[in-house]
Write a protein that binds this ligand. Structure first.
Ligand SMILES: [Zn+2]
Ligand SMILES: [Zn+2]
Length: 535
C-alpha cells in the first residue's frame, strides 16, 4: 500500500468523523496525519511494519493502531462501517431538521431507510413515532420542520466567506446569480438563494439536485427547489422565466420588508429594468434592508481604500512578518499599512511590551527603507484594562503613528462600567481608533453591553474613529451601528485585523459592512492619504 493510498483512507476517515459529529480534534488529527504521510519521503507501510511510524510528526498511538490495521488488513473496519451508515443525504437532512448525525443514523437504522428521500417518506407515512425515543412531540416538531415551506433557514447563520463559497459556487455551476442574504452582505446569512433564468426549469432543477454541494432536496416545485448541504444548510433555487428574471432577482435579494414596500413588482428581464419600471433608481443590494425608495448615496468602495490600519504580524499572533504584510498590502495597491500587534494584557497570545514595541520599530524602519514610498506605520492594538487604563505607558504610545484601543478580556461587564471603561480609554490623547467596538463574535459571543450613543459623543469630542472590523466573525461595528455612528458625525475606519497576508482580503467584508451602514468615501478615514488623516 503506497503513501498516497494510505493518506486517502485517513482523509476519508477524517471526513466521516466530521460527518458523524465526532470530536473535531480527532478529525483534524487524522487530516494532519494524512498530510504528513502524503509528503513522507519514505514508505509509510514499511515504517508501520517495523514499528517506527510514530517517528513521523503528528502520529500518536491511536493513529498508529489504525495504520497498522490498514496496512495489515487493507481496511479500517470502523471507516468501512461509517461509510455504510453515514449517507451524506441522510445526515444533511437530519441536520436540517435539527438532529445530530448520530441521531439521524439511529433513526434511519430503526426505520430501515438509507436515503434522505426514504426518510422523508417514512416520516410522511407516520412511522417516526415507531422509533424508540421519538415521542409525539418530537415527531410533530420534525414533521413541522420538514414542512416549513416559505423560509427554510439553517440552524445558525453562516459567516459571509462560507455563505459566498456555497452560494457563489452554486450560482457559477448553474449560470445563475447569487441572491438572498449574501448578496446584501448580511453579517450572518440565513436565507441562501440562487436565481437562474430558465426557459426550461426542469433541466436547471435536475442540475441543482445533482450538484456535489446539495446532498438532498427537501422541497421541489415547478420553478423552485430547496436543497440542503451535508451540514444541513438549506439553499433555495429559483428557476425564473427569462422575461421575469430581474423580478425574481429583486424578490430573492431584498429583505421581506424591503420587497414588500416595492410590491407590486413589474415583470422584467433584468434588475435595472425592474427599477426603471418602478420609476426608481437602482438600489445597491446592501441597502435593501429596510423599505427604501429614494436616491441611494454614493457608497464607499474597496477601490477608495488607500491603506489598512489594523493588522498583526509574527510579533504577536499573526502568521507573517512585518515586511511580508507590508509587501502584500502594497501589492493590493495601498499606500500604507499600520502594524498593530497585541499588548501583554490580551492574555491568550503573546503581546508586545514597551521594549518589544521599540525593537519592532527597527524592523518597521527597515521595511520602510525597502518599500518606500509605501509607508509602514508603527501601530499597536493596545488592550483597554478593566479600569480603562491602557496596557502601555503614554510615553510609548506617544512614539507611535497609530493607536487602536481594544477591549479583549472582561467583556461581561455591566453597561455602565463597560461604557466608562471605554470612555476612559478614548480620553487618552494617543488613541486614534476603537477596535471592534461591540466585541461580538458572530454565533459565539453576544455584543458587549456598551452604550454606543455615549461612545459616539466621546469619540466625536476626542476625534477618535470607530473601526469596522472586517474579520468574518466580527464585522463590528455592524451596518446599523455604522449608520448610527455616521449620523452622530463620527468617522469610521475600514480595517481587516488581518493575521495573515491573505486575510488582507477581508477589506471587502469591512467595506461591504460599512456600505450597509450607508458609508460614503468621505466617512471612512482610510480613503484618505496618510498625511491627510487628521490628528
Ligand atoms: Zn482585537
Ligand atoms: Zn487585532
Amino acid at each position: 500500500m503506497d503513501n498516497s493510498r494510505i493518506a486517502d483512507r485517513l482523509e476519508a476517515f477524517a471526513s466521516l468523523l466530521e460527518l458523524a459529529d465526532a470530536n473535531p480534534y480527532m478529525a483534524r488529527a487524522y487530516r494532519r496525519a494524512a498530510e504528513t504521510i502524503r509528503g513522507a519521503p519514505v514508505a509509510v507501510a514499511e515504517l508501520v511494519r517495523t514499528g517506527r511510524v510514530r517517528e513521523l510528526r503528528g502520529i500518536g498511538p491511536g493513529i498508529e493502531a489504525r495504520l497498522r490495521e490498514l496496512v495489515e488488513t487493507g481496511e479500517i473496519a470502523e471507516l468501512a462501517e461509517l461509510e455504510r451508515e453515514l449517507a451524506p443525504g441522510l445526515v444533511g437532512l437530519g441536520r436540517y431538521l435539527g438532529l445530530g448525525a448520530k441521531r439521524s443514523v439511529e433513526i434511519a437504522r430503526a426505520l430501515g431507510v438509507h436515503t434522505a428521500d426514504e426518510l422523508r417518506e417514512a416520516a410522511a407515512a407516520g412511522r417516526l413515532r415507531t422509533v424508540p425515543g421519538i415521542g409525539p412531540k418530537t415527531e410533530a416538531r420534525l414533521l413541522e420542520a420538514l414542512a416549513r415551506e416559505a423560509e427554510p433557514r439553517p440552524q445558525r447563520g453562516l459567516v459571509l466567506p462560507r455563505a459566498w463559497e456555497l452560494v457563489g459556487g452554486i450560482a457559477t455551476a448553474l449560470d445563475g446569480e447569487p441572491a438572498g442574504d449574501v448578496r446584501r452582505w448580511r453579517d450572518s446569512c440565513e436565507l441562501l438563494a440562487v436565481v437562474c433564468a430558465a426557459p426550461d426549469p426542469s433541466t436547471v432543477l435536475a442540475r441543482f439536485a445533482a450538484l456535489p454541494q446539495i446532498v438532498a432536496v427537501v422541497e421541489q416545485g415547478a420553478r423552485r427547489a430547496v436543497g440542503v448541504t451535508v451540514d444541513g444548510v438549506p439553499v433555495e433555487l429559483v428557476a425564473a422565466e427569462p422575461e421575469r428574471f430581474g423580478t425574481a432577482l429583486v424578490r430573492a435579494t431584498g429583505s421581506p420588508a424591503y420587497v414588500a414596500a416595492l410590491e407590486p413588482l413589474p415583470d422584467a428581464a433584468d434588475e435595472p429594468a425592474v427599477y426603471r419600471a418602478l420609476g426608481l433608481p437602482w438600489c445597491p443590494p446592501e441597502l435593501r434592508e429596510a423599505p427604501f425608495r429614494g436616491e441611494p448615496p454614493d457608497l464607499v468602495e474597496v477601490a477608495n481604500i488607500r491603506g489598512d490600519l489594523h493588522c498583526h504580524t509574527t510579533w504577536s499572533d499573526g502568521r507573517a512578518s512585518v515586511e511580508e504584510m507590508a509587501r502584500a498590502a502594497r501589492a493590493r495597491g495601498y499606500e500604507y499599512l499600520a502594524i498593530c500587534d497585541h499588548t501583554p494584557a490580551v492574555g491568550a497570545v503573546q503581546g508586545l511590551t514597551a521594549d518589544d514595541v521599540r525593537r519592532q520599530a527597527e524592523e518597521i524602519a527597515a521595511a520602510n527603507e525597502l518599500l518606500a514610498p509605501f509607508r509602514v506605520l508603527r501601530g499597536i492594538e493596545c488592550d483597554i484594562l478593566a479600569d480603562g487604563r491602557l496596557d502601555l505607558p503614554d510615553d510609548v504610545l506617544a512614539e507611535l503613528d497609530w493607536v487602536q484601543a481594544s477591549v479583549h478580556g472582561g467583556q461581561r461587564m455591566p453597561r455602565r462600567e463597560m461604557t466608562k471603561r471605554v470612555e476612559e480609554a478614548l480620553r487618552n490623547p494617543y488613541v486614534r481608533c476603537l477596535s471592534h467596538p461591540k466585541g461580538r463574535l458572530i454565533n459565539r459571543r453576544p455584543e458587549n453591553a456598551l452604550d454606543l450613543e455615549r461612545v459616539f459623543e466621546v469619540a466625536l469630542e476626542e476625534r477618535v474613529a470607530l473601526e469596522v472590523n472586517g474579520l468574518p466573525d466580527r464585522l463590528d461595528l455592524r451596518g446599523e451601528h455604522v449608520r448610527d455612528a455616521l449620523r452622530a458625525g463620527v468617522q469610521i475606519v475600514c480595517s481587516t485585523d488581518a493575521h495573515s497576508t491573505r486575510a488582507l482580503e477581508y477589506m471587502t467584508l469591512s467595506v461591504r459592512t460599512a456600505r450597509r451602514g450607508w458609508a460614503r468615501p468621505a466617512d471612512v478615514l482610510n480613503t484618505r492619504p496618510w498625511q491627510s488623516i487628521p490628528r
